[in-house]
Design a protein around this ligand. Sequence first.
Ligand code: NAD
Length: 370
Amino acid sequence: MAKATYRVCTLPGDGIGPEIMAEGKKVLAAVGEKAGVDFVCEDHLIGGAAIDTCGSPLPDSTLDAAKASNAVLLASVGGPKWDSTDPNAPRPEQGLLGIRKGLGLYTNLRPVKIYDALAGASTLRPEVIKGVDLVIVRELTGGLYFGRRERFYDEAGAGANGGRGQRAYDTMEYREYEVERIARKAFEAARKRRNKVTSVDKRNVLETSRMWREVVHRVHDEEFPEVELEDLLVDNTAMQLINRPADFDVVVTENMFGDILSDEAAQITGSLGMLASASLGDGVSLFEPSAGSAPDIAGKDIANPLAQILSVELMLRYSFQMDEQADWVANAVRSVLDDGWRTVDIADDATPADHVLGCTAMGDKVVEYL
Ligand code: NAD
């Protein structure tokens, strides 16, 4: 039988991007060899590297290649070289926004998992964070960040406020189909996990939230009745994520609430170099580490490649439906950590010097454990 072949568009980007991408690809190739699947990776330009070469942070050739692939694996973009006060200068981050928009990625999925071996890095007590393994599913293309906004001078307000009469508003708007499709992504993710969804809103105040809750429940009742569904107000969620984070499985919410809660949840781990994320739509999906291009450590072979490797795990799970192989990667990372291997950012005083690995050696170690 012919081997299955998947085409992966790889975007190394800037800073530590190329270094951690090399380790992600190494792990993907090892999984392919073991599983009898061909992953064909093709590098394309994005971010500052693309500005330097073609004058644009997202050349058409990159977007075309991404659209023609089975999945996109991105490392990171940006760096001081491209910081500019000129508002018309191209910025690396435009490449990120452009590719998310170009691929129609309306879901951001951020797993937050505590590795027992790294529990000491969290600011929360070990008994609180034990067993934390949750995913924040954030709506990415609607809500307050995309609604109508305006700032203007209001004659009527000026007198009463000592002459200062500015007014501004932003609008939070959702359409039913936008809530339906993100709810579906959350329930589908829950089916791959522990079958529980927490839907977060502010129903006691916002009309968008009242519609949100209604639609989430309809999608649940019609299509995913076997998944446990609970509702939580966003302010309460912010507290419960710190109080009892291990109780959550999949948390789904609108754009701004998700922006804030995903950063809060990420902090539970205390290890930035460990966090991967997936952006999903109805076509090609994109996988990337949550952290940036770390220009301060670029080129030194000391970056932590594990978030990139865990992005590969997400790609196997969500783009290729290769759950078993995704588990191989997750288990290899866990075992590497359990056996005390660290990169410098996650090492502590108890780590023996010969267990602190560089970026390349950490990639090799994960492959060895696979
Ligand atoms: P950053 O995430 O790049 O770095 C923050 C700190 O974490 C640094 O000390 C860095 O050394 C460390 N760090 C990050 N990733 C690491 C890893 N894999 N291993 C070890 N240490 C790691 O954030 P920043 O310094 O605020 O931003 C640097 C550049 O990255 C900026 O140009 C920013 O715009 C860009 N950025 C890009 C993305 C992205 O590509 N998705 C996200 C955030 C920031």
